[in-house]
Design a protein around this ligand. Structure first.
Ligand code: HPA
Length: 250
């Protein structure tokens, strides 16, 4: 087992073409994860896969049980999580079908269960979250993309909004002023929960539309789904390359 898990986002409810070795159904003190965890093989290495929105894709971003999902992976001895997230592009470089490995985020979500450190504490805990994504795992993703000539944007700030609606044009202007490059709904509290459990967590964000007000187009599900289809092959190649590198190191 490589101790790597992949959390699939929109458009990635399963990993096509990969051998399924096992499905792990489990409950956690925080409730049930979005789906059973799939044990699969990527380049001969066992990898766990969990679809964030369930399979089929029915759980919206604000209803995902993030605590149960991360806990379930932790209980299966995962030390690294690569999260795949569909996002909108805000700044110039962030055009649809590009992949971004963000290095920062700003959390605009509310009312989500976002910590394991809430009740029955013997002391209050504060995690360091200066760099919300694991630098070591980000480097592995960036190196693998360079080695395989897969174009990725190697940094950027992810605005995490509450959803499930998309933003207004004025909200996107504000997000840009705040310093955000991309906008999505799912990187928090996933990233901070992983940090609370000492799991290295990085995000592969696939841009599936220009954010609201960045073009004259209405953002339709058709635009999003077409860009998802175009970009997911590249995400899968990137994940496969990272896991291949990990298996060579071990
Ligand atoms: N905004 C928020 N979340 C998203 C978007 C967006 O434009 N596109 C995909 N997920």
């Amino acid at each position: 087992m490589s101790n790597i898990a992949i959390i699939g986002g929109s458009g990635l409810s399963e990993l096509p073409g990969l051998e399924i070795i096992n499905k792990i159904e489990l409950d956690t003190p925080w409730g049930k994860p979005s789906a059973p965890i799939t044990v699969t093989k990527v380049n001969g290495v066992e990898v766990l896969f969990l679809p964030r929105h369930g399979n089929p894709h029915t759980i919206p971003p604000h209803k995902v049980n993030y605590r149960a999902n991360i806990w379930a992976l932790h209980k299966n001895n995962i030390s690294e999580i690569i999260a795949v997230n569909a996002v909108g592009g805000i700044t110039r470089e962030m055009s649809p079908c590009s992949i971004v490995i963000p290095d920062q985020l700003i959390d605009y979500t509310h009312s989500r269960a976002d910590s394991y450190h809430e009740e029955n504490l013997t002391e209050v805990k504060h995690i360091d979250f200066t760099n919300p994504y694991s630098e070591s795992l980000r480097k592995k993703l960036i190196n693998a993309s360079n080695e395989n000539k897969l174009d990725v944007v190697s940094k950027g700030t992810y605005a995490v909004t509450q959803g499930p609606r998309l933003e207004t044009a004025s909200e996107v202007k504000r997000l840009e002023k705040d310093g955000n490059d991309i906008v999505g709904m799912t990187s928090m509290p996933e990233a901070s929960l992983a940090r609370e459990l000492n799991i290295d967590y990085a995000c592969c964000a696939l841009i599936v539309n220009w954010a609201a007000g960045k073009t004259d187009d209405v953002i339709t599900m058709e635009i999003i789904e077409n860009n998802l289809k175009d970009g997911l092959g590249k995400i899968q190649r990137l994940i496969s390359a990272v896991i291949n590198n990990e298996s060579l190191i071990k």
